[in-house]
Design a protein. Structure first.
Length: 342
């Protein structure tokens, strides 16, 4: 074989290898399962960094901002059976964004946050039946924003966040007595702007930011033992190959929701906007990447689930601009094949 033929063979084999690599990469993308479907738009004005809770199969979105200097105090109710939004009684406290929420069996609870200048520590109850707000005992952790909250077995748990410092403390609230007491602090990294979700009466806290880094430690809280248990890191932290691809899970200002006993994260930011969607299985303590969010990339959105249906809506389309705000709503179907035409 002369030198020219050898060179042609080498070039041919190189092109085949490149084609195979690109084809395999495309196949990897195409193999992701899950489909996003756009639903009826949010009923209120565009906004980011609102708060959302669910009571009796209805979702409520409250507050947020439409520009960084204009906070909102409206609240909107979504009826999933009829597919429409209804405005409810305005929140009577200072308008704010980045506030925490949790819901008991029949009431919503809303507190802390920022008006763009000041942080808040006030705490309020919303009664959807009477369409009424009532101020309750202030959050004892002090004024802050980017707080994480969840509700387990009759008690609200509220903690983490930021003011002049990042926090890892947690406090327990009893709706029956309107009283707070000190809870057990989350372990590991302090954080603000994390998210939480509840599966089988256990809460999972994930993500956030701390000193310009994105925590990869991941924690579960058990209300029966009042203890935190560390779960597998959401970054590449072991010699095993299961977490080799855990490079796009950690983030802040993400949304979370639960479908059929599995947790989901989507949207958020890591210096730039993040549309990656990941599914968490608490039985195996492993994450699986699913089809990325198909709406415009965003941060500061809200998410909720009703009847094992998960939704993402609102948000901000830039980490720096003050003009890109959303009012669209998307439903995620985690077991459907991806389709770009729905």
């Amino acid at each position: 074989m002369n030198d020219r033929i050898k060179l042609l063979v080498i070039l041919f084999l190189g092109l085949c290898s490149l084609f195979c690599f690109l084809s395999c990469s495309d196949d990897d993308d195409d193999d992701l399962v899950g489909n996003w479907i756009r639903r009826s738009d949010f009923g209120g004005p565009v906004r980011g960094f609102a708060s959302c809770f669910v009571i009796d199969r209805k979702a409520y979105v409250v507050g947020g901002y439409t520009t960084r200097s204009q906070r909102l105090n409206d609240i909107w109710e979504y009826n999933i059976d009829q597919g429409y939004w209804t405005q409810k009684a305005d929140f009577p406290g200072p308008a704010r964004s980045s506030a925490f929420v949790f819901a008991s069996e029949d009431k919503g609870y809303y507190g802390t946050g920022t008006d763009g200048i000041n942080y808040h520590s006030d705490f309020w109850e919303f009664d959807p039946v009477n369409n009424q707000w009532t101020q309750k005992a202030d959050f004892p952790g002090g004024a802050r924003y980017g707080v994480t909250a969840f509700y387990l077995k009759g008690i609200g748990y509220v903690g983490t966040g930021f003011s002049t410092n990042y926090y890892m403390d947690f406090y327990k609230y009893s709706p029956q007595t309107d009283t707070w007491e000190t809870g057990v602090s989350i372990q590991g990294t302090k954080r603000g702007n994390a998210t939480s979700f509840v599966i089988n009466n256990k809460a999972y806290v994930v993500g956030g930011i701390n000193n310009a880094t994105y925590p990869t430690d991941f924690w579960m809280f058990d209300p029966d033992t009042q203890t935190w248990e560390q779960k597998a890191h959401i970054g590449d932290k072991t010699d095993s190959d299961f977490d080799d691809d855990y490079t796009t899970i950690a983030r802040l200002n993400t949304v979370s929701f639960v479908i059929n006993g599995l947790g989901y994260l989507s949207t958020g930011e890591t210096g730039s906007l993040n549309s990656y969607t990941w599914e968490y299985n608490p039985t195996t303590d492993r994450w699986t990447q699913r089809t990325s969010f198909e709406g415009s990339a965003r941060t500061g959105a809200v998410g909720f689930s009703i009847d094992n249906r998960g939704f993402v809506l609102t948000g901000v389309g830039s980490t720096t601009s003050t003009s890109l705000y959303f009012d669209d709503m998307w439903e995620f179907k985690p077991r459907d094949e991806y389709s770009e035409y729905d």
